[in-house]
Structures are given as C-alpha cells and as structure tokens.
Design a protein around this ligand. Structure first.
Ligand code: DQA
Length: 148
C-alpha cells in the first residue's frame, strides 16, 4: 500500500494508436512506453500514477469528475479534444489540484486549427513539442507544483 499522492494521466482520442499513427509527427513509441516513462518519473518523486486512455469525450469528463477529492493532480493530453472540447475545460475548472496540459507535438507550429487550446486557460501550464520526453517533464512539473 502507498499513501503517495495520486496523479491522474489522461490520454484522449487516437493516442491509443501511438507507434503506428503518423510516426513522423508523434514518434515511434507507443502510449504504453509513454505511460512507463511517466510512471517511472512519478515513482522518483514519491507520486503514484493512474492512467486512462479513451476516445470518448464524456469518459474524460467523468474521469475528471472522479478525480475530484481523490487525485492530487491531473496531467492531460486531450488529443484533438484540446482544440474544441469545452466540456473538458469546464470539468478541469471544477478540479481543485494542478492541471498540466501535455502534447507530444507542438500544436502551435502546426495547422492553424491546432493553435487554439480550450484546456490551456484551466491548466497551470503546457508542455508541448518535446515528444515522449514531455511525459517526464510533465510529471516533474506536477511534482514541483505539489511541492515534491
Ligand atoms: C496532440 C496534438 C493534437 O493536436 C492532436 O490532435 C493529437 C495529439 C499531441 O500530443 O501532439 O491527437 O495532442
């Protein structure tokens, strides 16, 4: 058993295809590889990590609700939901702890429709463009926000 603060890592649509999906943009590593990176970083900082990937907006909303009072922080790569899913904005606004937005690519350097994030206004910060290393950076940022 552990009383380590729990960090919820959320992965949005199409991230289950990492490793096969547009490797020139997203790299060759799978989502499982990235979760392993995040888990190792969390362990180093005395944090526990729980991960959920879903292709469904409502499932992400419910996971965020379920984190209220249970998780210390949320790291979220919302995939394309980043750019238009206001329900995620509102759910995250109702979460008390730190929120870190995470992207493998740098959406601001890509198509114009990716330049808007509806999650950014309710995130403490965003880590984007560092590929899989971003998963470690996001956990390190989270640990700092939690004073670990
Ligand atoms: C992404 C960037 C989004 O624009 C895109 O829709 C994704 C992945 C990233 O991690 O770079 O699915 O969130």
């Amino acid at each position: 058993m552990t009383d380590a603060p729990l960090v919820l890592l959320l992965s949005g649509p199409n991230l289950n295809l990492l490793g096969e999906r547009e490797p020139a943009v997203y790299g060759a590593d799978t989502l499982a590889d990235h979760v392993a990176t995040a888990t190792a970083a969390a362990t180093e900082h005395g944090l526990a990590l729980e991960h959920l990937q879903t292709n469904h907006e409502g499932d992400l909303v419910e996971a965020i609700h379920g984190a209220r009072g249970r998780c210390a922080a949320i790291v979220v790569n919302p995939g394309a939901f980043t750019h238009y899913a206001w329900s995620l904005h509102d759910a995250l606004a109702a979460f008390d702890g730190p929120v870190v937005e995470l992207h493998l690519s740098n959406p601001n350097a890509r198509e114009p429709w990716r330049h808007t994030s509806v999650v950014a206004p309710v995130a403490h910060g965003t880590i984007a463009g560092f590929g899989g290393h971003g998963y470690r950076l996001a956990i390190e940022a989270t640990a700092a926000l939690l004073g670990r």
